[in-house]
Ligand binder design. Structure first.
Ligand code: FPP
Length: 266
């Protein structure tokens, strides 16, 4: 984390943050059924919530946003629901691409494309090409996505690249499906948010989230607002990320004690 920790009582966000936030958008179905509506109504409201979150993300220092829109396991849902989800995604891409171009949002689809309907893949590729120049926000829509499959695919790809050094950085690029040689490799996830009251990762960005801060909320996704995103980001900034080290204060005291201990009895 590049910025200093803010006063926890202040609502001001640190300037100059550059965060990768990943969101498991859960709770569409329950939100709809609790209102006596079909699940697809929840997905429609969920798409609208996603639109608002994407629009607000740069205001909170988010430069990469990964949204879990359809998991590899979601194929097991009823065919009608799957079709409705794909239709929504197409509509979303159609409606949001012009706005994305204006606002500097770059769309990337992460996941498998070979099982998706051809029309959706075409719409995806058109949006990716049209928004290629976006430099405000990298929006990664994870579709037909499984983190374990992504790691496996990266390992398989390595076999085809005997000259590539097997380093964390190179492997991470393969896992994230970055374009080879891209000047903007996907950064690790800083903050992983899951809505809908469940506390699990569901095979989402397992490699990229090795040191992510986790934030779970009971809010159902259709009701997750930009204010909720801001609350999550503020909570993130209040946490001390240690990456396996001891806290700074303890390091100072502990270091002195360790030196004394090492010097032996006087
Ligand atoms: C989980 O809710 C949500 C999904 C499986 C799909 C997420 C899709 C959207 C938010 C709409 C489309 C998104 C975009 C970006 C256009 P759930 O159905 O599992 O909810 P439940 O746990 O209450 O059943």
């Amino acid at each position: 984390m590049k910025q200093s920790l803010p006063d926890p009582t202040s609502s001001a966000l640190p300037a100059g943050a550059s965060l990768h936030v990943a969101i498991i958008m859960d709770g569409n179905g329950r939100w709809a059924t609790s209102r006596g509506k079909p699940r697809v109504v929840g997905h429609r409201a969920g798409a609208e919530a996603a639109r608002k979150i994407v629009e607000a993300a740069p205001d909170y220092g988010i430069t990469t946003l990964s949204l879990f829109a359809f998991s590899a396991d979601n194929w097991q849902r009823p065919a009608g629901e799957v079709r409705a989800l794909f239709q929504l995604l197409r509509m979303y891409l159609h409606r949001e691409t012009p706005r994305a171009i204006e606002e500097g949002v770059r769309f990337r689809i992460v996941g498998r494309r070979d099982r998706m309907p051809a029309g959706l893949v075409r719409a995806i590729e058109e949006s990716e090409a049209a928004t290629e120049g976006g430099d405000v926000l990298d929006l990664r829509l994870c579709l037909d996505y499984s983190a374990r499959d992504a790691i496996l695919a990266a390992a398989q790809a390595l076999r085809e690249m005997p000259d590539l050094d097997v380093t964390r950085e190179n492997f991470a690029r393969l896992v994230a499906q970055d374009d080879p040689g891209s000047a903007r490799p996907t950064p690790e996830v800083d903050l992983l948010v899951r809505t809908g009251g469940e506390w699990r990762l569901s095979d989402f960005l397992l490699w990229e989230s090795a040191y992510a801060e986790l934030y779970f909320t009971n809010r159902m996704w259709p009701e997750f607002s930009p204010a909720d995103l801001e609350a999550a980001v503020l909570e993130f900034h209040r946490r001390e990320r240690r990456f396996g080290r001891v806290p700074a204060a303890a390091a100072a005291v502990g270091g002195e004690l360790a030196l004394r201990e090492a010097a032996g009895p006087r």
